[in-house]
Design a binder for this molecule. Structure first.
Ligand code: HEC
Length: 161
């Protein structure tokens, strides 16, 4: 009986430490994490590559998903990083100028399930990435079509043709 009580008490202590103590914040206070621009860009780079392989594999549902993720990344950038120390123009404006049109066209190609159109507009998106890097003093950062598929643990071929 004593042991059970002790165990229950220890468990309660552990739980209260986990829910309150560890963060050093009041339990009701949300801990916000804002990803840096470079961090979101690393994800953007991964999505861009996955999008390519999804389109080439004609897995259109996956392509649509990756495109949405890319778009959400740009929305986060506009929200969390509307300005940047090294960049003259507001970032949401740069994204609108370089990304909105090619992403919309790529979306149409995905909806049409057309590989040739997909490839054409994917290249236009890539050109948009590079245009924004040029405009934001990051022109040395050059995006290309992925040369090979580094994602050995994912199937990009069609399941939805
Ligand atoms: C707002 C204009 C803009 C657009 C649009 C843009 N980038 Fe970037 N990108 C940046 C800036 C600015 C940085 C440098 C961020 C930093 O490290 O502070 C960057 C950095 C990067 C990096 C380097 C991240 C790293 O740590 O290796 C990659 C890769 C990248 N972008 C890929 C892309 C791809 C792919 C696209 C298009 C799908 C794209 N970017 C679109 C502005 C842009």
């Amino acid at each position: 009986m004593k042991l059970t009580l002790l165990a229950a008490f220890s468990l309660a202590l552990v739980i209260s430490a986990l829910t309150t103590g560890c963060t050093g914040h009041h339990p009701n206070e949300m801990v916000h994490y804002e990803p840096g621009l470079g961090e979101i860009m690393s994800l953007t780079s991964m999505r861009h590559a996955k999008l390519w392989f999804a389109g080439q594999g004609q897995n259109w549902a996956l392509a649509e998903y990756e495109l949405e993720e890319l778009q959400e990344g740009f929305e986060d950038i506009a929200k969390f990083h509307p300005t940047h120390k090294a960049i003259k123009q507001p970032i949401p404006q740069l994204i609108a100028k370089t990304m909105d049109y090619p992403l919309a066209e790529l979306n149409k190609a995905i909806k049409a399930k057309n590989v040739a159109l997909f490839t054409q507009h994917f290249d236009a998106v890539t050109a948009g990435c590079n245009a924004c890097h040029q405009l934001s003093e990051f022109g040395f950062n050059i995006v290309t079509r992925p040369a090979f598929n580094p994602f050995a643990n994912q199937d990009f071929t069609s399941v939805t043709k």
